[in-house]
Ligand binder design. Sequence first.
Ligand SMILES: [Zn+2]
Length: 337
Amino acid sequence: MPRTRRRRRHDPEVARLRQVALDAAAAGLYVFPVKAQSKIPAFHGETRCRRAGVCADGHQGWEQRATRDSAQIRRWWSGETRFNVGVACGPSGLVVIDLDTSSEPLPDWDGATTGREVLDQLAARHGGQLPETYSVRTPTDGEHIYFRMPAGVELRNTQGGHGHSLGPLVDTRAIGGFVVGAGSVRAEGAYFVAEHGRIAELPAWLATLLTPPPAPQPTNPTSLRLPTKRANAYIAAILADESHKVTAAAKGQRQITLLTAARVFGQLVGGGELDADNARAVLLEAATVHIGVDDFTRAEAELTVTRGMRFGMQAPRTIDHRHSTTSGDAAAGEKTP
Ligand SMILES: [Zn+2]
């Protein structure tokens, strides 16, 4: 029936959701359709892919297909289906902190029952702040706090209480993750904006906590073999190189560069090649130029150094001094002072 079809095409709810998607795209977010009344992406999954259409050259999932293109958005939200609006965090450059609630108080977190309480305790523990930023309330009393991914940082999803997460009831959605945006609806209720305004950059202390330890390097079990005198020069060169990188790091790279250098130093500390206090002092000295510049604090620098060195020490690196070619004083395994 033409009349029916026409009425459907002008379903005001589809039009409303289309506008939600267009507004999100205009604000810089990459959107895609999510099944009506749900939080499940509307696109077929890889296991059901027929390698046709957009997938002719290989499956394209929601992360690949999410867009800011208004024509594409109009096509998706033009039929009968009242798609919710998915926001792909990776393409949008977002890190969204997804706070949940629990009926069971968490004994390790002062009896906290909400992710918000856990996050506040983390902030207090790490001397960090939570800047004002755009946030969304979910239909199940959860909260999505939106942050911009800092330059040079590539964070993936974390799940509360598992692996490299911030804490229980606190998930994060970043590369590989999505959130259902404000204006979407589920049977339980609507997603609505809790805090209006701009999306702030992820604070450095959270970026540090969320940065996974670098994958352990495959270490040569017999360790590097270097002449005694060159071993000192070798270590000195590593220290100088890493220190220089820290000092020269661009604004968006300071945290990650310091973390990386701290890991390298930590490996040498773990291997007995370096004194921990000295290593720490050298790193903080190298970072001094950044302290107090654009919100980079000494507390953050120290936290980053502590964290990086701790990771590094889990993968000890030793420099073998036995193969000295210049003197006879290098007894087997002897460490140079
Ligand atoms: Zn496909």
